[in-house]
Design a protein around this ligand. Structure first.
Ligand SMILES: [Zn+2]
Length: 148
């Protein structure tokens, strides 16, 4: 298995009142990366539907310099109606995201969860919210869940 020590969360940087479906994402990334498929490993549409868009064993194309050892997750949205960065996660997306993170943390317990904008050299708002909430969540549960 590929060694994964990082989970990077992204937004699609599209307006919350406009759809950006997984098919639209696929067309976009195929155009951008030369028909190599979607750069993220998972995509969560506004209704909470989770798509695995890339096998976890494959290196992604979502975070320059960090792809080799990371998993990339993206949610549809991240911009408000006026095109400004905003936390537009729907309750369904939040539920799908935490369920996915719980599952990934079982497979990769050592993996750190970071928002794209927290990586060195990134100058954008992606994913438009503070991923500290997930680090807090897992630091709490890992303390309770430690057996040894
Ligand atoms: Zn991003």
């Amino acid at each position: 298995m590929r060694s994964v020590n990082l989970i990077v969360i992204h937004c699609s940087a599209t307006r919350c009142n406009r759809r950006f479906t997984v098919d639209m994402l696929k067309a976009c990334h195929n155009a951008r990366f030369g028909n190599k498929g979607i750069g993220y490993h998972y995509y969560i549409e506004r209704d909470g539907h989770l798509y695995q868009t890339r096998d976890e064993s494959l290196v992604g194309m979502h975070a320059r310099h960090y792809n080799a050892h990371s998993i990339g997750i993206c949610y549809e949205g991240g911009l408000n109606e006026r095109g400004q960065a905003a936390d537009t996660r729907t309750p369904e997306q939040r539920a799908a995201l935490i369920a996915l993170l719980r599952s990934l943390k079982e497979d990769y317990p050592q993996a750190e969860i970071l928002g794209h904008r927290e990586l060195e050299g990134v100058h954008k708002e992606c994913p438009s919210f503070d991923c500290q909430e997930y680090r807090d969540y897992f630091s709490g549960s890992s303390v309770r869940g430690t057996a040894s």
